[in-house]
Design a protein around this ligand. Structure first.
Ligand SMILES: Nc1ncnc2c1ncn2[C@@H]1O[C@H](COP(=O)(O)OP(=O)(O)O)[C@@H](O)[C@H]1O
Ligand SMILES: [Mg+2]
Length: 420
């Protein structure tokens, strides 16, 4: 038995986690070929669009406004899905279609496989009460109600009794840091505090899905960043599914697990911030990124490369196979993780060979000193020096210490170059 190895039986390795992308998370919301035509009779406009006409042509010919055309995308459980686009591109229409504040002209919206577009009003109200809350840009607070009663207002409409709704509202106010301000009126609060009340109102309902339409756009830049952090913190704790509309790229990149970009009523691209930055679908998408300093927008987790062939599962007590694995895979360095993928340290062929020769054939002896992992949420620009100075690609871990991959100087250069 070796000192640094737990007396465990070797288990097979769990698959590496996917990091920020939620690629394997279940799909909660499916949007299929969704259209919104602002007209009592959408048929002529739908026919024109199906024949290939644009939104502008429909407006020209029929004098009918197209809000959303042929939108299809999936939103996965636990992700922040940002919808971004210029003003008038259809973002608000899109999010309002999701909870049927606006009725679709055509297409389907499925929540957990259930077609929302076919529910009766009564069934829909039930689903919305249980699953969805919306936060608006304008805060939408009632001036004559206190923060507590404003936060409780959604529950009041839903018919929840007074004590229960006040309890829930108080918990929600505490979650957004306003526990001590429950009895203030909106006019006695700053814009940032008012939007916290708006957020608390949505949270009081304990929704599994939150719809947020430019919820932070009216706030000063500093307060806005603070609210984004607040949302990310709440999201780490509660893992809701959030659909967040923004016209601001920085915000979208900061909080979005994935981003959908809208133009003229259409969804033109869906992907992780990194996907979109690397390969914008067209000039419209590219234009959003033109003045972006990618090193400030991308995080370590976005650029870390996971290579199964140079990760080594630490099997208690046996270092020998690590050398064989490195030699066979042609790697000089190995990233050691335990069987739950937690990062343990880095070994090299030399350090392993040395440990084996020295009569101390333990992982602990073979770990290279002085190389600490970086966490996945660090902006890339803070890593440049470390990556350049490190003898091997710098390991990246998530908040739980799970190994996500490593960043080499060439990966960094490639990233910065592609975004330029
Ligand atoms: N109630 C409405 N009646 C007619 N046209 C509308 C209505 N609401 C929105 N629109 C039009 O739909 C398009 C998309 O608007 P909107 O969804 O508000 O865009 P965004 O939120 O991206 O700024 C715009 O052309 C807008 O003028
Ligand atoms: Mg809007």
């Amino acid at each position: 038995m070796r000192l640094d190895d737990p007396p465990a039986v070797a288990k097979t390795a769990a698959p590496p986690t996917t990091g920020k992308t939620h690629a394997e998370a279940e799909v909660r919301l499916q949007v299929r070929n969704l259209y919104k035509i602002f007209s009592a009779d959408p048929k002529p406009a739908l026919a024109m669009l199906n024949a290939g006409a644009s939104k502008a042509e429909v407006l020209d010919k029929l004098n009918v406004n197209v809000g959303v055309m042929n939108a299809s995308f999936d939103v996965r459980a636990g992700e922040i899905f940002v919808i971004m686009g210029l003003s008038g591109s259809g973002k608000s229409t899109m999010i309002r279609l999701l909870n049927r504040l606006i009725e679709p002209s055509s297409g389907e919206i499925l929540l957990d496989g259930r077609n929302l577009t076919q529910l009766s009003r009564r069934e829909l109200v039930e689903v919305l009460r249980r699953d969805m809350s919306m936060v608006f840009q304008s805060f939408a607070l009632l001036p004559h109600l206190t923060a507590l009663d404003n936060a409780a207002f959604g529950l009041e409409i839903a018919g929840v009794d007074k004590t229960a709704r006040r309890d829930a509202a108080m918990v929600a106010l505490q979650q957004v840091g306003l526990g001590a301000y429950a009895h203030r009126y909106p006019r006695e609060m700053s814009g940032g505090m008012q939007q916290r009340v708006g957020l608390a109102r949505a949270l009081a309902n304990n929704p599994t899905i939150m719809l947020m339409d430019e919820a932070f756009s009216a706030l000063d830049p500093l307060i806005r960043t603070e609210m984004q952090d607040e949302l990310l913190r709440l999201q780490r704790e509660q893992k809701r599914t959030i659909i967040f509309i923004s016209h601001d790229l920085d915000e979208a990149m900061r909080i979005g697990d994935r981003i959908a970009i809208m133009e003229g009523g259409r969804i033109v691209q869906v992907g992780t911030p990194y996907d979109i930055l690397r390969a914008p679908a067209d000039d419209y998408v590219r234009s959003f990124f033109r003045n972006v300093d990618v090193s400030r927008v991308l995080r370590a987790g976005d650029v870390a490369r996971f290579e199964a062939s140079n990760t080594i599962v630490r099997v208690p007590g046996v270092l020998g196979p690590a050398l064989q694995q490195l030699t066979e895979s042609g790697h000089f360095y190995g990233y050691v993780r335990d069987n739950e993928n937690r990062f343990q340290g880095i070994v090299s062929r030399d350090s392993v060979a040395h440990a084996l020769r020295s009569g101390e054939p333990r992982f602990l002896t073979a770990f290279l000193p002085g190389i600490e992992p970086v966490t996945s949420d660090l902006p890339v620009h803070t890593l440049l020096r470390r990556v350049a100075a490190a003898p091997c690609p710098v390991p990246v871990v998530d908040a739980n210490g799970i190994y996500l991959g490593a960043i080499s100087p060439s990966v960094l250069l490639e990233t910065l170059d592609r975004g330029a």
